[in-house]
Design a binder for this molecule. Structure first.
Ligand code: FAD
Length: 269
């Protein structure tokens, strides 16, 4: 199974703790490791430092960059700083304005597809986001699909999905991408449930539904909670494989435990 792992610069800047979590996952041979950029408003400029630390392990890094609140000159500089560290892969994102509704920088990009084209013209590999369930700003599935088509036409070859617990929504996205000949590989973003309250809060912000049959499984017993979290991920990996997915991106939340447990329980690694 081909997997990639996502980390974020920790607020306490304890890169050693994060690296030790990465080391525990190294045996899974991730095809790349991605590092978020300013997600949740924190530690934006620390992505560079985290990538520097991870690069010491000779990893293929995909650096996330959000275009929000940046001029094209700002983006030029950020990309160049990452490139100096040996980064050749980017996850190109719009990002969110801290004040709510997305506002274009006067000298910046409006559409993510323009940013994709900017990176593609520099010969970087470009990955984008995809949404099985509508993004909170979305006008609907067809509109989101058109944006994905635009990002693909601008040079994105892969799209990592927002986390999602609905097989039907995944199926609709994957089948429509195939039917409409959108040349982008959909890579499901898998979110292990370390803490159901945190996941529900996160899900609300990004338009993901957490079904009540998942919420109701979790209670006060940590051992049972871990068992359910592993079952849910395994179930997702099974049905997504049946839908034809061959690559999976794990939102690690900077932790190794559940992901290691999932793969220890699966026979095909
Ligand atoms: P896009 O795919 O460009 O668009 C998302 C939605 O915005 C669309 O569905 C639509 O509803 C609306 N929209 C976009 N363009 C238009 C338009 N022209 N007119 C009207 N509506 C429009 N955030 C961070 O801050 N840092 C990160 O590192 C980060 N990493 C992420 C990684 C993944 C895999 C995913 C799925 C999300 C990530 N995010 C991150 C969150 C992301 O920045 C937000 O979801 C943001 O609101 C949308 O960015 P996008 O690139 O997905 O937008």
């Amino acid at each position: 199974m081909n997997i990639s792992l996502e980390f974020f610069p920790p607020a306490n800047l304890d890169f050693n703790a994060l690296l030790s979590e990465y080391k525990k996952l190294e045996h899974l041979d991730p095809s790349f490791v991605s590092v978020t950029y300013g997600a949740g408003g924190g530690a934006e400029n620390k992505s560079l430092e985290l990538i520097k630390a991870l690069k010491k392990n000779n990893l293929d890094i995909a650096a996330h960059i959000t275009l929000v609140n940046k001029s094209i000159d700002d983006l030029e500089k950020i990309v160049s700083d990452f490139e100096k560290l040996g980064v050749k892969k980017f996850v190109a994102l719009r990002g969110d304005s801290p004040e709510g509704k997305f506002k274009q920088h006067p000298n910046g990009f409006f559409n993510t597809s323009d940013f994709v084209e900017f990176l593609n013209n520099k010969n970087f590999e470009v990955i984008v986001s995809a949404y099985p369930e509508p993004h909170p700003d979305s006008k609907g599935f067809d509109f989101d699909l058109q944006l994905l088509k635009n990002k693909s036409a601008s040079g994105a070859k892969k799209a990592i999905t927002q986390f999602c617990f609905s097989k039907d929504d995944y199926e609709k996205l994957i089948e429509t991408v195939l039917k409409e000949n959108i040349e982008v590989e959909v890579i499901p973003g898998i979110m292990p449930i370390y803490n159901i309250e945190n996941i529900t809060r996160m899900a609300e912000k990004c338009g993901t539904k957490v079904p009540s049959n998942i919420i109701n499984k979790f209670g006060d017993d940590d051992i049972s909670n871990q068992k359910y979290a592993i079952e849910i991920c395994n179930d997702q990996l099974d049905y997504l494989s049946e839908l034809g997915c061959q690559k999976f991106h794990f939102y690690t939340l900077n932790k190794s435990y559940l992901i290691n447990k999932i793969f220890r329980d699966r026979s095909f690694l």
